[in-house]
Design a binder for this molecule. Structure first.
Ligand code: MSP
Length: 654
């Protein structure tokens, strides 16, 4: 079988996953889209495609602006501190992206300005007034009729009444074309998402969308009207073309080569933006439309979407550290049926590692390599086939075609099922042919052929596992003294005529499930405390927005004390931060505070301030900050809150 494209006629494949909000708390649910994309990118590369796999970060918006403000740093400083972590996550999970775009990258900002201007010049963007509801966490505008019980239909949180002058994009003009695209082509998959989009949005009437904001600053400024910034979704969606060098005016080489995208991959809640607003924007820009949008399901935890604000996140760094990248990749890719939600449980993760990776796959490879070494010093040659070999050979030959079919339909879960079906068949073949009996009976030629048949099946399995679990695929091939092939050529029985194999260590260590569950529970309670903190912080923001009352008990959960500043210095490379050494009664604390624009270090020494003592310590610029000092602010003015007359440090504020 020679299905791979010859080097000279390489076809392109442009694949994108969403660009992530730099939230700073990455959970396993976040990993799914990008690992899914990586399996497709690797598979396509193996098929000889010239793959461009794009990912990145979505760094503008009111949410980021607010969080940066509470952290006392500029939005750019805030996002700079978080982008490294997501890159670390992708590298920990062996994600082989081609390019990482940040929406704060200069070329992207400039290109978004040009795109906005182009839409304006064409008359598809016009100025008017927006009056309606806005959900800040989702950065989404809603009409009254779209709200569910008066709340955001996506996240269920309160929305804010918003009234601002705004630019609008003429989405209504493109409604008939978008409807056609969704209902008459297979642009959007799975089919169930098409129904969601048509019933919930298109049939409800596509209104023009507000595409600029004036009530905050952290975004791409509209070039010709500086008080406005471009709506964060217009900014974010444009990344798919700005990353290729599109700037609204000139076509770049990458744009010519890779656009339109072959696949935009994402979870279901953002399909609306990708299958309605994005195609309409492209139509307005006179650009070709992406070939496919796939909206996968959610990874659920305890029946709910795994999400930071729900406090049910599972830390991928912890799981990677304990079980390795491949175990996690395998679990994610195997646990989620196409388009549907999948529930995460630690039991399911550990059981899959033990039964499928360690027992079924690991034992097959280890046993075979051990027998190869024991009986033939690892040297095997193709022999005469017998009837017993027919079924496994047929399955080995059919595997690539079956996996390709699933991967062409972007269904990695089904592809993995097929690979593991051959793993199962190979294990049964050992039981059927009983190599240990063949040894006793001195049937050396038959024994060699049985081991050769197994080794060939293992080669095909090893190669086809590379896109899903690359480290494992490589280990398997290394035990056959083969390098990962550059193409999928030769994935049939008999292609490698002789072997010199080497024994290998267990691919996956057997886990003590009970012990691991206990350990994970302990580790999770640490993360839970952190999640609680995030939840409290988010609730606090919502309360602030709604002016809700708190109870006296809520108030007294905050321990406030008078503290004396005994030393103070600037924090290096952070123009807003001061590092304070505080005396609180007998105790000494270090606190990092965003007041450097208002007070010099010299001014601060000797002052008495009010300290929030029971705030969870957090790391700021490499310094552990143990609390927060209170200030009052009005516009650009900021002053410290201090006791009116002298009172000892450590005195309670009540
Ligand atoms: N910034 C937007 C995307 C803009 S694309 C032009 C965004 N970012 S996100 O960080 O919130 O989400 C990134 C990806 O992770 C999205 O595909 C999102 O749907 C996905 N997931 C977040 N939580 C998830 C689960 N619990 N399960 C599966 N995918 C999930 O949306």
């Amino acid at each position: 079988m020679t299905n791979s494209k010859k080097k000279t006629e390489k076809e392109k494949f442009y694949l994108t996953t969403p660009i992530y909000y730099p939230s700073g708390k990455w959970h396993l649910g976040h990993c799914y889209t990008t690992v899914y994309g990586d399996a497709i990118a690797r598979f396509k590369r193996m098929e000889g495609y010239d793959v461009f796999y794009l990912t990145g970060t979505d760094e503008h918006g009111q949410k980021i602006e607010k969080r940066a403000e509470s952290a006392g740093v500029s939005p750019k400083e805030f996002v700079d501190g978080l982008v490294g972590e997501i890159k670390e996550l992708w590298s920990a999970l062996n994600v082989s992206y081609t390019k990482f775009i940040r929406t704060t990258d200069d070329y992207h900002v400039k290109a978004v300005q040009k795109i906005f201007k182009k839409l304006y010049d064409k008359g598809d963007v016009y100025k008017s007034k927006y009056k309606g509801k806005y959900c800040t966490p989702c950065e989404s505008f809603w009409t009254e009729s779209q709200l569910v019980d008066g709340k955001c239909p996506d996240c269920g949180r309160e929305v804010q009444e918003t009234e601002e002058e705004s630019y609008f994009f003429k989405l209504s003009k493109y409604a008939p074309q978008v409807r056609k695209l969704l209902t008459e082509t297979d642009f959007l998959q799975p089919e169930s998402r098409v129904n969601e989009m048509v019933n919930n949005f298109i049939d409800a009437g596509l209104e023009d969308v507000a595409v600029s904001r004036t009530s905050f600053k952290w975004g791409v400024p509209v070039e010709f009207d500086k008080g406005h910034i471009v709506y964060v979704w217009v900014d974010a969606l444009s990344n798919y073309i700005t990353a290729l060098g599109y700037n609204g005016e000139k076509e770049s080489a990458d744009m010519k080569r890779f656009w339109p995208a072959d696949l935009h991959l994402m979870a279901k809640e953002i399909v609306r933006f990708h299958s309605i607003i994005w195609p309409a924007m492209l139509m307005a820009l006179d650009l070709p439309l992406p070939k496919k949008v796939v909206g996968h399901g959610w990874l659920l935890f305890g029946g709910d979407k795994m999400s930071k604000s729900k406090g049910n996140v599972v830390d991928p760094f912890i799981l990677k550290e304990r079980y390795g990248a491949d175990a996690l990749r395998y679990y994610l890719l195997r646990a989620m049926p196409f388009g549907a939600d999948g529930a995460y449980t630690s039991e399911a993760l550990l059981t899959r590692i033990n039964s499928e990776l360690c027992n079924d796959l690991g034992n097959l490879v280890r046993r075979t390599m051990k027998m190869n070494e024991q009986y033939f010093a690892g040297k095997l040659h193709k022999g005469k086939e017998s009837e017993e070999d027919a079924a496994i050979i047929a399955k080995t030959n059919a595997l690539y075609g079956a996996v390709k079919q699933d991967m062409d339909a972007y269904r990695p879960q089904q592809a993995l099922e097929k690979i593991f079906d051959l793993v199962g068949t190979a294990n049964k073949y050992i039981d059927l042919t009983k190599p240990w009996v063949l040894v006793k009976e001195n049937k050396t030629a038959r024994l060699e052929q049985v081991l050769y048949v197994l080794t060939e099946a293992i080669r095909v399995i090893g190669v086809l596992l590379l896109p899903f679990v690359p480290e494992t695929g490589e280990k398997i091939l290394a035990s056959l003294k083969l390098a990962p092939p550059e193409t999928n050529d030769g994935l049939i029985y008999g292609n490698v005529k002789s072997y010199e194999t080497v024994a290998l260590d267990a691919l996956f260590p057997r886990l003590n499930v009970e012990k691991e569950l206990e350990e994970l529970e302990k580790l999770a309670s640490g993360s839970k405390a952190e999640n609680e903190e995030v939840k409290t912080e988010e609730k606090k923001q919502v309360n602030e927005q709604e002016n809700e009352y708190i109870t006296i008990d809520d108030f007294f959960r905050t321990k406030l004390k008078v503290a004396e500043v005994v030393a103070c210095e600037k924090v290096e490379k952070a123009d807003k931060l001061l590092k304070l050494t505080l005396k609180v009664g007998e105790e000494t604390r270090t606190v990092v505070s965003g007041i450097a624009k208002h007070y010099t270090p010299e001014e601060m020494v000797g002052k008495r301030v009010v300290l929030v003592c029971n705030l969870k310590p957090r790391n700021m610029r490499g310094i552990t900050s143990e609390g927060m000092i209170l200030c009052a602010s009005e516009g650009d003015k900021l002053v410290l809150v201090s006791p009116e007359t002298a009172i000892g440090s450590g005195a309670e504020v009540c």
